[in-house]
Design a protein around this ligand. Structure first.
Ligand code: ATP
Length: 233
């Protein structure tokens, strides 16, 4: 579904990501873990064509590394960035409408809207409310819901639990993992324990390189991960 080979990414002359290879398979939720500044966001942005410098990115058998971001979005990769990039002066409904920009998604707008409202009932209750007046958790749900309105084939999510109360963060990550059969997910997270519980596979990034990778379940047993990231001996 997604294959990344020896990716390099960065900003202008600043290289942040070096020699990163990864895969996301159908039905998977794959997580990028690592400390602040490790390059998780930069990596996700590179897949959208925003920070790419070198390396191969193959999505559904097609090389996409030279495509501009809007073409990549139209192929079916959707990204939910930290900060959520909602339109605060527009209603919840209008934000969802904007999300359905792919022609395929527009044709099935009503159907998708009702699916998204089933996933996030609170958004239906707040349909006419301005996005800027929602709570942090509701805004995060709206950002994910808006991405889903584009009928994506792959969903990239940057730190969905950031700034949320722990219970809400857990709920949101569970909800994402329930979506993976329909749309595979690559997410960046800082909540190590929760990620290892819910993700299928994990890549640990440090200073822009993958330092550890494997099934989440194996990592939970890994002494190095337990000591360095979970503080468990
Ligand atoms: P965080 O959890 O803080 O978002 P991260 O793992 O997602 O961390 P990135 O945001 O990808 O890390 O940042 C990686 C490096 O790239 C950092 O050193 C950061 O200072 C740098 N960086 C991020 N955005 C820019 C930018 N727009 N221009 C230049 N450098 C940037």
């Amino acid at each position: 579904m997604l294959e990344v080979h020896r990716l390099e990414a960065g900003y202008g002359p600043f290289q942040v990501i070096s020699d990163v290879s990864l895969v996301v398979r159908p039905g998977e939720m794959v997580a990028l873990l690592g400390p602040n500044g490790a390059g998780k966001t930069t990596l996700l942005k590179a897949l959208m064509g925003l920070t790419w410098r070198r390396g191969k990115i193959v999505f559904q058998g097609k090389s996409i590394e030279h495509l501009p971001p809007h073409r990549i979005a139209h192929l079916g990769i959707a990204i939910v960035l930290e900060g959520r990039s909602l339109f605060p002066e527009m209603t919840v409904y209008e934000n969802l409408l904007v999300g359905a920009y792919r022609p395929m998604a527009r044709q099935r707008f009503k159907e998708r809207l009702s699916e998204v409202y089933t996933l996030f009932p609170i958004l239906k209750n707040r349909e006419k409310q301005l996005a800027g007046t929602l709570s942090g958790g509701e805004q995060q749900m709206l950002a994910i819901a808006r991405a889903l309105m584009s009928a994506p084939k792959l969903l990239l999510v940057d730190e969905p639990t950031l700034g949320l109360a722990p219970r809400l963060g857990t709920e949101l990550l569970r909800l994402l993992s329930n979506l993976k059969a329909e749309v595979p997910i690559l997410l960046a997270e800082q909540n190590v324990a929760l990620t290892l519980e819910l993700a299928d596979r994990v890549y640990v990034l440090e200073e822009g390189r993958v330092v550890l990778e494997g099934p989440a379940k194996d990592m939970l047993q890994d002494t190095r991960v337990r000591e360095s990231y979970l503080g468990i001996r």
